[in-house]
Ligand binder design. Structure first.
Ligand SMILES: [Fe+2]
Ligand SMILES: [Fe+2]
Length: 248
């Protein structure tokens, strides 16, 4: 597998600028081109972060179109996949296409760029706080909760790999309720899980970015005080652009 080609140089303790945008939902008909936006983000930031739902239906062609658009990006790209990227059962092919395009695609791993640790995992559903779904009853419910717990454990293992003093956690699903506010309350349990926040709060984390809640809110924090940003393309951000700019 070729190494990601866009390199980042260590810069000591200077803050780095991260452009982050989730839920690109690239479609086969190529009506969703991100070429100009990738160029713009390359001028504005040091690193580009894409927290999942990169494709609309998880089709290999959608990933190829995204890879073509990413040629306009001149900064390192770090990403995780989202639920939509799993839809067509071609996740391996999609991952391979993106890695070939130079993307640091994280799924329970960490990568260090510009002296910042980037930790990525997709996450899963399950709900928030005391109302989280518990492992009780039918095997299907238990399997669902087990998947949620498993994603939190994979995040923990990835966090333990980080040696950098600053860490950005990249998720697709939300770790807190605050940043899904704005979505219909009926679907809150399908937008993320507090189990992710419980894991995050066991570590020192500079910030967390996620997507998935298209109608959610931009900013929140974990119970332990880690900053959380919903960077779904559709969410209104201080930049006034589809992407967030964070200093880490
Ligand atoms: Fe999405
Ligand atoms: Fe999603």
């Amino acid at each position: 597998m070729p190494e990601p080609s866009k390199s980042a140089k260590p810069n000591g303790n200077a803050l780095i600028k991260v452009a982050a945008m989730a839920d690109l939902h690239v479609q086969e008909d190529a009506q969703t081109s991100y070429r100009d936006l990738f160029g713009e983000m390359s001028r504005e930031a040091d690193i580009l972060v894409l927290p999942g739902d990169l494709t609309n239906l998880g089709k290999p062609r959608e990933a190829e179109l995204l890879a073509e658009d990413l040629r306009a990006c001149s900064i390192p790209v770090v990403a995780v996949l989202g639920n939509h990227d799993y839809e067509s059962g071609c996740v391996e092919q999609i991952a391979e296409t993106l890695r070939r395009a130079g993307v640091h695609l994280l799924d329970g791993q960490a990568v260090e760029l510009n002296d910042v640790g980037f930790v990525g995992v997709k996450g899963f559903v399950g709900g928030f706080g005391p109302r989280m779904l518990g492992s009780f009853g039918e095997p299907a419910i238990k399997a669902m909760v087990a998947e949620s717990v498993n994603e939190a454990m994979r995040l923990e293992n990835a966090m333990r790999q980080v040696r950098a003093k600053r860490t950005l956690v990249i998720l697709h699903y939300a770790p807190v309720l605050e940043t899904v506010a704005g979505e219909p309350p009926e679907i809150f349990p399908f937008l993320g899980s507090s189990r992710l926040a419980e894991t995050i709060d066991r570590f020192k984390v500079s910030a967390v970015v996620h997507g998935h809640a298209h109608r959610g809110s931009y900013e929140g924090q974990t119970p332990g005080g880690a900053r959380v940003f919903n960077v779904a393309k559709h969410v209104t951000k201080p930049t006034g652009r589809p992407y967030a700019l964070l200093e880490i």
